[in-house]
Design a binder for this molecule. Structure first.
Ligand SMILES: Cc1cc2nc3c(=O)[nH]c(=O)nc-3n(C[C@H](O)[C@H](O)[C@H](O)COP(=O)(O)OP(=O)(O)OC[C@H]3O[C@@H](n4cnc5c(N)ncnc54)[C@H](O)[C@@H]3O)c2cc1C
Length: 303
């Protein structure tokens, strides 16, 4: 069924990595998820554009991922093509107070580059385990900062296979969202604008935030971070705790007893365990407080 497209993808100059029946549990921080029919990792931005144009034209379903740190993939996997935009720190360029980086750069690598160039404003993102692309999609944020404060523009690929540049306004950032999923754009690269600062203070701030994460978050278990969005005027973790759900389990999926906002995989949790746990938590919180919890984690495949 996929033979022709696999041949076409493998013929892209430089050869992107093309895998079949690839377990998504290898590519999500939850360590959960069945097989993707086809799994492609382009090696650079030119390949990314070519791969996506081929996939767009093919008529197969496709889904773009970064580091899979906000993703719950179904136990039955994904019937289509997953394109993974995830690279090492390779392409991050600093020019004065501007950083330009490819979508696959990890936030920690961008943050390290900012620190080494004495640029302040990106400290908040240094401990978020996603890619720059995923962070723009999600308008990722922490400790009072969010991507919308620092992103000046982004290059994206449209549904029609065209590369366009969007300003921060056009990216229409909202709480844990942006225009990207609405328009099916794929983020290719972004320009970040920071300010000159003192390197020692930047280093100290990143260290302090990392220590806060280590103390407060169950980083010793696989998870996708905060499972639910923060409802206006509340904290999801507190609502869950108040509903008596600290440590609540379905199979190996558990509401973390260290941070109730995180659902963790304590061993061999399945996606259906996590999904059922999420449903039960939402219902119980609604019963207890009248507040609706909405998933922050993106779901892929059939549930
Ligand atoms: C321990 C832990 C702590 C976390 N802490 C935080 C936190 O403090 N703040 C926070 O906001 N989040 C946090 N997260 C969640 C997560 O890291 C962020 O949402 C991150 O921005 C996701 O990036 P990613 O590359 O992993 O995206 P993925 O999970 O791979 O994808 C997320 C979404 O973005 C889309 N996507 C990814 N890349 C692209 C691209 N290039 N173009 C178009 N679409 C794309 C995917 O289709 C999907 O819809 C945490 C997660 C973990 C596991």
């Amino acid at each position: 069924m996929y033979q022709n497209i696999i041949r076409e993808l493998e013929a892209v100059p430089g050869g992107p990595e093309v895998l079949t029946d690839e377990p998504m549990s290898r590519h999500t921080t939850f360590r959960i998820g069945g097989n993707a029919d086809v799994f492609v990792t382009p090696r650079n931005i030119m390949q990314t554009v070519e791969v996506l144009r081929i996939v767009q034209k093919s008529g197969f379903h496709f889904f773009v991922i970064g580091n899979g740190s906000n993703l719950l993939v179904s136990d039955s996997g994904y019937r289509g093509i997953v394109v993974r935009i995830f690279r090492g720190p390779g392409d991050i360029r600093v020019d004065g107070e501007r950083i330009e980086a490819e979508a696959g750069a990890s936030l920690s690598a961008v943050a390290a580059e900012a620190r080494e160039s004495s640029l302040t404003g990106f400290e908040f993102a240094s401990g978020i385990p996603g890619t720059l692309g995923g962070a723009i999609v999600m308008n990722a944020g922490a400790y009072g900062g969010e991507m919308k404060d620092v992103v000046k523009s982004a290059k994206v690929l449209t549904r029609e296979g065209e590369v366009i540049s969007l300003t921060a306004d056009e990216l229409a950032f909202g709480y844990r969202t942006s225009i990207i999923p609405k328009e099916d754009y794929v983020v290719l690269s972004a320009e970040i604008l920071l300010k000159k600062g003192d390197q020692d203070s930047i280093r100290a701030k990143m260290k302090e935030l990392q220590e806060r994460r280590i103390t407060k978050q169950p980083l010793e278990y696989p998870s996708a971070g905060s499972t639910f969005k923060r409802p206006e005027g509340y904290f999801a973790g507190k609502l869950i705790d108040d509903a008596g759900l600290r440590g609540f389990r379905v199979g190996d999926a558990m509401v973390s007893d260290k941070h109730c906002g995180f659902v963790i995989n304590t061993g061999k949790a399945s996606a259906s365990d996590v999904r059922l746990l999420m449903r039960k938590v939402s219902d119980k919180v609604y019963e207890n407080s009248g507040v609706h919890l909405e998933p922050e984690v993106r779901l892929l495949g059939d549930f």
